[in-house]
Design a protein around this ligand. Structure first.
Ligand code: SF4
Length: 710
């Protein structure tokens, strides 16, 4: 029997973008328990059901423990030589844009940094994109249009300081449960705190709301355009803020100028409810508007984000205690990935790939042979290019696109026909590992060492507390090894995650005199001891600063060339036409129902981790489809019967859950299940690959599907 004392390791939850601090307690017999870190500012000791069950998901069942080539075990040298040689020969024959990396918001910032540096600075292509494109690219694009950079102006504390919280397209109770717990606790302590939930479904989040507005799918631009108009018409514009710190108000206000009945028709909310909401918003100075995937995952996602931000700019409610627009990210490190440029249209440290000065600066810092000169292919375009044969070698790291991409069957077929597919993952058998030529075993949560950034810009450490199993290695280490084998030894000599972080921090401060938002120069050159001890902090923390920065833009200071925040009129206003010209469907049409996909409380993405916990599977044991009672009657579907959803040749089977929480004409199906857990359950196979033209984010909440009894 082992002897010795149990020891605690402070780390961060690997699930959602709340980024809760976790204490892993490892006992001498090797067993692990987890609890919330009472000192972490994201959660102060709270955890949700998923976080509490983390210890149930760390066994080695199903783990990929050594490299494989074409299904046979191989050693690292053979596998990495092959990867390096095939990428190099493909580039030599077809050019840098014939290869691609598709990475993940599950990766740590250090992993992302090395992958981005290799692709953009040494291979010379910007074909690196991430599953974060599916999650929050529209918020990124909206931030950049309004603020000049991808900056979140407020923080979690604002949710407790606000007098009004507006939750738009966000089922916080299930998708960001600890933030919901913080709001619910504040509401109990201070019942005068008003909560408005704007969502086509009456989700669990609406249970604490003073008002639920069951908006038509995609009615958000009209709703917030109408709010902007109301703000102007009721004398609530903050003229001082607008004139001192912003541009473009006049054009945005012209778009908003429409009567209440027109707004009501477009967003499906009764005029009386609109007046109640608009009046509440207008008279409540301390207002936070939280938005999430219901806003982002849309053909008009970026315009929705800007319609919300416009209302905060118009009232000067931004970056002040209890007053801000607030994008809540889906994944644990979607933010960290963006900070190092892990998207096809960004450079590292929030620099711009289309800005020649930025490109030259990054190339100088990296001492790289080249730097990509134009944006690469965003996620949906990337898989289309693979299917069309333009991309001939792809490396997929820490994600499962064969289940999670729209038109997932086409993604599977594209990968199956691709000449060379590398997958680095923790699991041996996913729908994506099945189409790989080379499989590389990656370190999992509990084994990995690095940093993540949560929704409030707080950078926290993930620390290892388990040994690396088999021959698994961290993703940054695998990427750097391939880079060295491709002949780029100079730029990739890292031996620890701390060295990668130190370089990333130094780049953020390199030739940065405050003209960019992201700067963690205070940590440039951090050593191993400092990295080990690194406490959570909010960026930016510039050289010499002892703490991070809590809020942005209360007194201007935007990162646009003119230094002003920008009102952005939606596309239809700029072009005189657009999706809002169509009235949202209120009833099933001959194109079928509007198919809304999303998360449930106790599962995560394609269930590779949460599917291991019987406790987590008790909440929702199988795929289901939420249907309004009238639609169920009309379609001849009985409660708890099996339903076939179809779109063209793609099909999925789910259990009918008939509920008036669902809006007529729309159905909701969780995104999680796949063929490992149920047959015919890959719902994203039914979702068209339609994207927002600005952000490239797929409209995962506005697909179409037909229903029939199975
Ligand atoms: Fe983890 Fe999110 Fe739950 Fe926090 S709220 S414990 S980060 S899943």
């Amino acid at each position: 029997m082992a002897t010795g004392a149990a020891h605690d390791v402070k780390t961060t939850c690997p699930y959602c973008g709340v980024g809760c601090g976790v204490i892993a307690t490892v006992t001498p017999d090797g067993s692990v328990s987890v609890s919330g870190d009472p000192e972490h500012p994201a959660n102060f000791g709270r955890l949700c059901s998923k976080g509490s069950a983390l210890a149930e998901t760390i066994d080695l069942d199903g783990r990929l423990l050594r490299p494989h080539i074409d299904g046979r075990p191989a050693d690292w040298d053979e596998a990495l030589d092959l990867v390096a040689a095939r990428f190099a020969s493909t580039i030599a024959e077809h050019g840098p844009d014939s290869v691609a990396f598709y990475v993940s918001g599950q990766l740590l910032t250090e992993d992302y940094y090395v992958a981005n540096k290799l692709m953009k600075g040494f291979i010379g292509s910007a074909n690196i994109d991430t599953n974060s494109r599916l999650c929050m690219a529209s918020s990124v694009a909206g931030h950049r249009r309004a603020f000049g950079t991808d900056t979140v102006p407020g923080n979690y504390e604002d949710l407790e300081l606000a007098d009004l919280i507006v939750l738009v397209g966000s089922n916080l109770a299930w998708c960001h449960p600890v933030l919901y717990q913080r709001i619910a606790a504040e509401k109990e302590r201070r019942p005068s705190l008003k909560i408005v939930v704007i969502d086509p479904r009456r989700t669990m989040t609406a249970d604490i709301a003073d008002m639920h507005l069951a908006i038509s799918p995609d009615g958000d631009v009209a709703l917030f355009g109408g709010l902007l108009s109301w703000i102007a018409n009721t004398g609530a514009l903050n003229y001082s803020y607008i004139s001192n710190f912003t541009t473009g108000a006049a054009q945005a206000l012209r778009f908003g100028a429409q009567d209440l009945r027109a707004v009501s028709r477009k967003c499906g909310i009764a005029p009386s409810q609109l007046i109640e909401f608009y009046s509440l918003f207008t008279r409540t100075e301390r207002t936070v508007t939280v938005y999430s995937q219901g806003v982002n995952q849309s053909e008009t996602g970026t315009d929705k984000v800007n319609a919300i931000i416009n209302c905060h700019l118009a009232t000067g409610r931004i970056g002040k205690p209890g007053a801000s627009p607030f994008s809540v990210t889906g994944q644990p490190n979607a933010m960290g990935g963006r900070e190092v440029g892990g998207m096809a249209n960004m450079l590292a440290a929030h620099m711009d790939i289309e800005n020649e000065t930025h490109r030259a600066r990054v190339q100088r810092f990296w001492q790289a042979p080249t730097v990509a000169t134009r944006p690469g292919r965003k996620a949906v375009e990337m898989f289309e290019a693979i299917g069309q044969g333009h991309i001939k070698a792809v490396w997929i790291a820490g994600t499962n696109p064969v289940d999670s991409m729209p038109e997932a069957d086409r993604v599977r077929a594209a990968l199956a026909a691709c000449p060379f597919v590398v997958v680095s993952d923790v699991l041996a058998d996913t729908d994506t590992t099945r189409v790989a030529h080379v499989l590389l075993p990656a370190a999992a949560w509990g084994e990995k060492d690095g940093t993540v950034t949560n929704s409030e810009r707080r950078i926290s450490r993930q620390r290892p507390f388990l040994p690396l199993p088999g021959s698994a290695r961290p993703d940054w280490d695998i990427m750097a090894d391939v880079a060295r084998r491709m002949g780029f030894a100079e730029g990739f000599s890292y031996t620890t995650a701390a060295e990668v972080f130190a370089e990333h921090a130094a780049l953020s401060a390199f030739e940065n005199d405050g003209e960019r938002d992201f700067d963690i120069g205070a940590h440039a050159g951090i050593d191993a001891v400092g990295y080990e001890a690194l406490a959570p902090f909010q960026w930016p923390q510039r050289r010499g600063a002892v703490t991070g920065t809590e809020r942005f833009f209360a007194a201007g200071g935007f990162f646009t060339p003119e230094g002003k925040g920008r009102f952005v009129a939606p596309r239809e206003a700029r072009a005189g036409t657009g999706p809002l010209a169509r009235l949202p469907a209120q009833e099933p049409t001959d194109q079928g129902f509007i198919l809304n996909t999303g998360r449930v409380r106790d599962h995560w993405h394609t269930m590779t981790r949460t599917g291991k916990s019987p406790r987590l599977s008790q909440h929702m044991a199988e795929p289901f489809v939420e249907i309004h009672p009238d639609d169920a009657v009309q379609s001849g579907i009985a409660e708890a019967s099996l339903v076939r959803l179809s779109k063209g040749p793609a099909q999925a089977i789910a259990r009918a859950l008939i509920t008036n929480r669902q809006r007529r004409g729309s159905v909701f199906v969780p995104m999680h299940w796949n063929d490992r857990f149920a047959s015919n359950a890959r719902i994203d196979a039914l979702v068209d690959a339609v994207t927002d033209p600005v952000s490239g984010q797929p409209a995962l909440k506005q697909a179409r599907a037909s229903l029939a009894s199975f």
